[in-house]
Design a protein around this ligand. Structure first.
Ligand code: SF4
Length: 366
């Protein structure tokens, strides 16, 4: 591969340099992979409709010749994004319905999400907030992203029931440390905010972002939790492992939320490999999300039966805390899709273990 002048200027371990050198053109992408006809057509179709960009780091994980490569499918546009699917919606989880201020979404009693930004390092093709992060026709922000934060902080400060704030977006770590510290310290000064969570895919898409300085900043504001988003075992690289290790060494609890994606991780072997790989880097699998039927994302949606079949192959066969909860996010909240082991019939309740052995349980209310 012949390197361009631009690629020569990239400082691989510098996250800002990686962001500056993000791939945003077909020509740039051709330096990493043999772009398929479908991918090229989709990139053209994205103009004026969807954002796309890929960090050089994430591009380096792609299979050069295989358009079905799980990394490629998550980052490179495909024409299926532009097909119509029954029931698809820009916001099936109800973020816009529950938004109380420009940035605060208050859906559950004791916690809120704070939409820090609409920007990301890589625009994942399967993003649940595709309308907010990649759709050029609009974002969730009623006002601009640069609008004052006072209304948002005031909302949280005036609701004493809020004990848990999740910084999300877009990806909050797109902001520099200084800006993030202003937000986090402000939240930490609200007495009833007990925990601060950060939802970020940077450990996967640009692990160089997790610098020691960043981790030292977070350490001042504990308890801080970080939920990240590994979807495939090939994302668990030495760089990603080091990023998670840095967070953990500074006391930040790191958990993982995987999205079940057709053609990427919807088989038992891949899922087991992902989950065991996460345990090896001390990241706890937390949720397995059923993919939401978001406009532009529907081609990644599997059947619920497929998800349950995978869960059947995990439960009991793996270390208990390696097995995530299989969840669907709806406008009513998160609903577990795994109730296989608990049944009721005319004689009462019975339970079933992973081998299919059953027993009656008594003492439970009808
Ligand atoms: S990093 Fe997260 S918010 Fe950004 S596009 Fe990917 S899934 Fe969506």
């Amino acid at each position: 591969m012949e390197l361009t002048q631009k690629k020569h200027q990239l400082v691989w371990h510098d996250w800002r340099s990686q962001l500056q050198h993000r791939i945003t053109t077909v020509e740039g992408l051709r330096e990493w992979i043999n772009v398929s006809e479908d991918e090229e057509e989709a990139i053209k179709a994205c103009v004026g409709k969807y954002r796309w960009s890929i960090t050089p780091y994430y591009a380096s994980l792609m299979d050069k010749n295989d358009a079905k490569c799980p990394i490629r499918q998550q980052a490179v546009p495909q024409m299926q994004e532009f097909a119509s699917y029954l029931g698809a919606s820009p916001d099936p989880v109800g973020d816009t319905y529950y938004r109380k201020t420009n940035r605060v979404v208050h859906k559950y009693p004791d916690r809120v999400i704070l939409l820090v930004t609409e920007a990301c390092a890589v625009y994942c093709r399967h993003c649940t907030r595709k309308y907010h992060t990649t759709d050029l026709e609009g974002t969730y922000f009623e006002k601009s992203e640069a609008a004052s934060w006072e209304e948002d902080f005031n909302y949280i400060a005036s609701h004493p029931e809020i004990r848990d704030v999740l910084l999300t977006g877009g990806d909050p770590l797109t902001y520099g440390d200084e800006k993030l510290e202003l937000i986090i310290s402000r939240l930490r000064n609200i007495p009833h905010v007990e925990i601060i969570r950060i939802g970020s895919r940077y450990p996967v898409l640009l692990p160089q972002r997790i610098t020691t300085e960043f981790c030292q900043m977070l350490e001042k504001y504990h308890p801080i939790w970080l939920n990240t988003h590994f979807n495939h075992p090939s994302e668990i690289t030495p760089e990603a492992a080091q990023a998670c290790d840095r967070l953990l060494r500074h006391g930040v609890v790191v958990q993982n939320q995987t999205v079940l994606l057709k053609g990427i991780n919807d088989d038992l072997e891949t899922m087991r490999s992902l989950l065991t790989g996460l345990l090896k880097i001390r990241v706890r699998p937390y949720y397995l999300y059923h993919c939401d039927n978001v406009t532009g994302v529907s081609h990644f949606v599997t059947s619920v039966e497929k998800g349950r079949e995978i869960m059947q192959g995990l439960l009991g066969h793996m270390t208990g805390f390696a097995v995530p909860q299989y969840i669907i996010t709806t406008s009513l909240g998160k609903i577990p899709l795994w109730e296989e082991q608990f049944h009721q019939d005319q004689d009462g309740f019975w339970i079933e273990n992973y081998k299919g052995e059953t027993m009656r349980v008594t003492g439970l209310p009808d």
